[in-house]
Design a protein around this ligand. Sequence first.
Ligand code: S3P
Length: 187
Amino acid sequence: MQTKIQLPACISRIVLVGFMGAGKSTVGALLSRQLQWGFLDADQVLEGNAGTSIAEIFAQQGEAAFRRMEAALIGDLIRQQHLVLAVGGGAIETEAARNALLLAPETCVVFLEAPLEVMISRCEQQSGASVRPVLQDRERLRHRFESRLPHYRNAHLVVETASLTPEQTSQHIVSIISALLKEKTLA
Ligand code: S3P
C-alpha cells in the first residue's frame, strides 16, 4: 500500500475506486461493518433511482447519459457522513465526479489495484457478467483500464489487492488509515 496525497486530518468518508472486479462492493461492505459506518454502492443507488439497470441505461440512453447521472449522484452521495462509498469503475472518467471525490472534505479515496487479467477473471466468475456493458466491449477494455489508471492513482491510498482476500484488504485499509491518522480515530 502506498500513500499518494496527504490525508485529511479527520476522516468521515472512505470512497473505493478501481476497475470492474477490483472488489469495491465486497470490500466496501466489509469496511462499513468494521467501522460501523453506512455503505452505499453508487451503481445500486443509481439503478434504484432510475428504476432500471445500468445495462438498460447504456443501451437506451448511451454511455454519456449514464456518466452524467453517475456524476450527479456521486456529488449528492459524497455529502453523507460516516459513509463507505463504492463507485463504478468508470466514475473517475468524468471530471465532475473526480473533483467531487477528491475535493470532498474529510474523505479518503482508496484505489483498489490489481492486474487487469485478475479483475476480468473475477468479473467472469460473478453472476451478471453477460450484462455488464463495459465488460462486453473486450476490444476497448485494456484501453479503458490504461486511460483510467492515472486518475485512479490520484487516490489518497493505493492498495494492491491481487494477493489479498477482501477481509485482508478491508483490515489493511483500516490499519493504514488509523496509522496515518496516528492518535486520531476515524471521526
Ligand atoms: C463501469 C463499471 C460498472 C458500472 C458500469 C460502468 C465502467 O461498475 O458503473 O457498468 O465503466 O467501468 P463496477 O466497477 O462496480 O463494475
